[in-house]
Design a protein around this ligand. Structure first.
Ligand code: AMP
Length: 205
């Protein structure tokens, strides 16, 4: 199972990504988590990206693409499945991730879109701020991250729809309800992937 998630901040990428990873026994590759870990450890990379995270801006593409390439190579060695969380965020990253997938013969089977409205997302992110103290869960930075999602990330949905791999799930419900629907949807995709002989698979698979 090879899944990437396209979702606005607060839609539940982290929670649902972890659920998918555990269910299919595949690595959960979360770029935001990897970046926050570098910041927490104050590595050179962490120091270089901290200001981007604090402002709710995208870090330079090459930084996340290098991370993802490395994680995908490790994923290939551990069976070839993955769930990508937080990437791609723009068209350049989508194209580059696809190229990496082609090169490693592991392009995504499913682009999973978690749908939720801005008012609900803002409410959830502010609630999370009280618990987790993330530097980017302030009202101003939340607004910036949502605007960025609408401007540069959501246009990717049409691209994945065109590739025939887009699946949309309503994320305005509780996490367990959304999780159940995601797993049922992915399970429905999964057997057909397993059965398809390689030469009959479409070019994106
Ligand atoms: P997330 O945990 O996915 O909400 O990401 C938190 C922050 O990490 C984002 O606001 C960006 O600053 C940065 N980030 C995560 N993934 C990417 C990416 N694919 N490209 C650029 N920046 C990213």
């Amino acid at each position: 199972m090879r899944v990437l998630m396209i979702a606005p901040p607060g839609a539940g990428k982290g929670t649902q990504g972890a659920l998918i990873a555990a269910h299919f026994n595949i690595p959960h590759i979360a770029t935001g988590e990897l970046l926050r870990d570098h910041v927490a450890r104050q590595t050179a990379l962490g120091q270089a990206v901290q200001a981007y995270l604090d402002r709710g801006e995208l870090v330079p593409d090459q930084i996340v693409l290098d991370m993802v390439r490395e994680a995908m190579i490790a994923a290939k060695a551990s069976g070839g499945g993955f769930v990508l969380d937080g990437i791609p965020r723009n068209m350049e990253q989508a194209r580059a991730a696809y190229e990496i997938g082609l090169e490693l013969e592991m392009t995504a089977d499913v682009a999973l879109h978690l749908q939720a409205g801005d008012a609900e997302l803002t409410r959830r992110l502010l609630a999370r701020a009280a618990l987790e103290h993330r530097s980017d869960d302030t009202p101003e930075v939340i607004a910036q991250r949502l605007a960025l999602y609408h401007e540069v990330t959501s246009p990717l949905l049409a691209w994945y729809r065109g590739r025939g791999i887009l699946v949309c799930v309503d994320a305005m419900r509780s996490a367990p309800e959304v999780g159940r629907e995601i797993l049922a949807t992915l399970e429905a995709v999964h057997p057909s992937l397993d059965r398809a002989p390689p030469r009959e698979r479409p070019p994106w698979a």
